[in-house]
Design a protein around this ligand. Structure first.
Ligand code: FAD
Length: 462
């Protein structure tokens, strides 16, 4: 009997038929994540209902040295949740209880399979606010958000997932359960072990429960679209907002090619600005419209802002945000996206864009590369649509584009992954951003937590 089958047979003792999927009963959503990098049917998918079952499964897998892959909502974009045909998936879907909202501590305690949107809604109903927000909110799970240290639009104001995790419960590779379910802001009792699991992409342990910090909801936001002569003028506006008003709740920059393409795809929409400009920012800020207008007027005088529009109502605000959101959504649904998620010191992003764009145009003249992103967090995204490439050229062209983009990131001493993680897609380039000693320390950490290398093997590094 194969090792995989032995695991499944031993799990039948404590899992019901509905908690085990094999062969054609496996839903195709377990084959790949949003990267669509590879589509593979795993050997089996197990659906534990509680921490004890996760622990039992892992202790069997560890004993038999069977590789397992934790899966959340499969909205990841780095291939980190994709299992191979001989691996067993542990899907957290059936662990979706919201256990408690503590109004005094301003916390929510959930099982790891609760979706981000469910947490946001529960917080709202309690008069509170959970600020982490990403496009896949309806499907992605808190366990996945923790394992990827998710970012998103509001990082500039509220921070990444790490900043919102007060406590967690995690099952180690050998089945031991670490109870780190702290609710306090202050807890310096020895090493803060939970930090190791945040952003570890399921390679060090399986998160089963979490305590998340909630915030007060923001008051009314002003939404604004501005046009600039160059990238650094956009950065200057950001710093002026922070100095004179407050840190924006979101601050997103788009270059002109991206902006124009977005408008062309938005039905019934005309350009809210009078003409094309080199660079644009759309942002939300918790400040009175009058103060915002005064600040924009000052920068208009100095020529750092060329044009601007402040939304007069919610519908207009949504239209402005649609300009930022349309391109990735459209390419994801109708094309073959190749996305990058890099970070550099903010002042260098404009120059990086020029160098990277020139190299991509030189080596791939038939492809359009579009630059945009969470620039307030020094995080730039690049998206290309490869849908017109013949299938047999796809892999080599993707590798060629990776080489170009990550090569420029390396020259600028930047980071190859700002918020999406390494997974499978960026594994071969990790050493561009992480030195040899650091990489070795990461390997030693993996060895300590998972000596039999059963947890999501070959992700992040081989
Ligand atoms: C439209 C869209 C927009 C997005 N925008 C953003 C964005 O702005 N910012 C951003 O950061 N991301 C973004 N993402 C990526 C994605 O939503 C996040 O990475 C998300 O946190 C992944 O959660 P998930 O539950 O889908 O995880 P999965 O994709 O299922 O898994 C991701 C990784 O986490 C591991 N994992 C999952 N659950 C657990 C667990 N319980 N314990 C241990 N490991 C686990 C998996 O093994 C894998 O390594 C976007 C995705 C989409 C589809």
């Amino acid at each position: 009997m194969s090792t995989q089958l032995q695991v499944v047979e031993r799990c039948r003792v404590f899992l019901t038929e509905q908690q085990i999927a094999m062969g054609d009963t496996i839903n195709i959503r377990h084959y790949t994540d949003w990267s669509n990098y590879k589509r593979i049917q795993p050997y089996a998918v197990l659906f534990p209902k509680n921490t004890e079952q996760v622990s039992q499964i892992l202790s069997i897998c560890n004993e038999l040295k069977q590789a397992v892959v934790p899966q959340g909502g499969m909205t990841g974009v780095a291939g980190a949740g994709i299992a191979s045909a001989d691996e067993i998936v542990i899907a957290l879907d059936k662990m979706h209880k919201i256990e408690e909202i503590d109004q005094y501590a301003s916390t929510i305690t959930v099982q790891a399979g609760v979706t981000l949107e469910e947490v946001q809604n529960a917080a709202r109903q309690a008069g509170l606010f959970f600020p982490v927000d990403v496009g896949g909110r309806g499907s992605c799970q808190i366990g996945g958000n923790i394992a990827t240290n998710a970012g998103g639009l509001s990082v500039i104001r509220y921070g990444m997932m790490r900043e919102h995790v007060l406590g967690m419960e995690v099952v180690l590779a050998d089945g031991r359960v670490l109870n780190l379910m702290n609710k306090m802001i202050k807890s310096n009792a020895g090493y803060d072990l939970k930090q190791n699991f945040i952003g570890s992409e399921g390679t060090l342990g399986i998160v089963t429960r979490a305590v998340l910090k909630l915030s007060a909801p923001p008051s009314e936001l002003s939404t604004c679209l501005c046009a600039f002569p160059d990238f650094l003028s956009a950065v200057h506006l950001l710093r002026r907002l922070q100095k004179n008003l407050t840190t924006p709740n979101a601050f997103e920059v788009m270059w002109n090619e991206y902006y124009q393409l977005s408008l062309s795809w938005m039905q019934n929409s005309s350009n809210p600005l009078t003409q094309p400009y080199p660079v644009y920012a759309v942002f939300d800020v918790e400040a009175p419209a009058e103060s915002l207008e005064n600040l924009l007027a000052e920068m208009f005088e100095t020529g750092e802002i060329l044009d601007a529009v402040i939304a007069q109502n919610q519908a207009q605000a949504q239209q402005l945000w649609l300009i930022r959101e349309t391109v990735p959504a459209e390419i994801s649904s109708t094309g073959r996206p190749l996305c990058f998620d890099i970070s550099l010191p903010i002042g260098e992003l404009g120059e990086f864009k020029e160098v990277c764009q020139a190299r991509l145009d030189q080596y791939f003249p038939d492809l359009v590369s579009l630059f945009f992103g969470h620039i307030g967090d020094s995080n730039m995204h690049i998206i290309l649509d490869l849908k017109h490439l013949p299938e047999d050229q796809l892999e080599s062209v993707m590798t060629g584009i990776d080489d170009v983009v990550y090569g420029v990131v390396r020259e600028f001493k930047g980071c190859i992954s700002a918020e999406h993680g390494i997974g499978l897609l960026k594994r071969d380039y990790l050493h561009y951003s992480v030195d040899e000693n650091t990489l070795n320390m990461m390997r030693q950490l993996k060895q300590l937590f998972d000596p039999n290398k059963i947890l999501n093997p070959n992700k992040i590094f081989k």
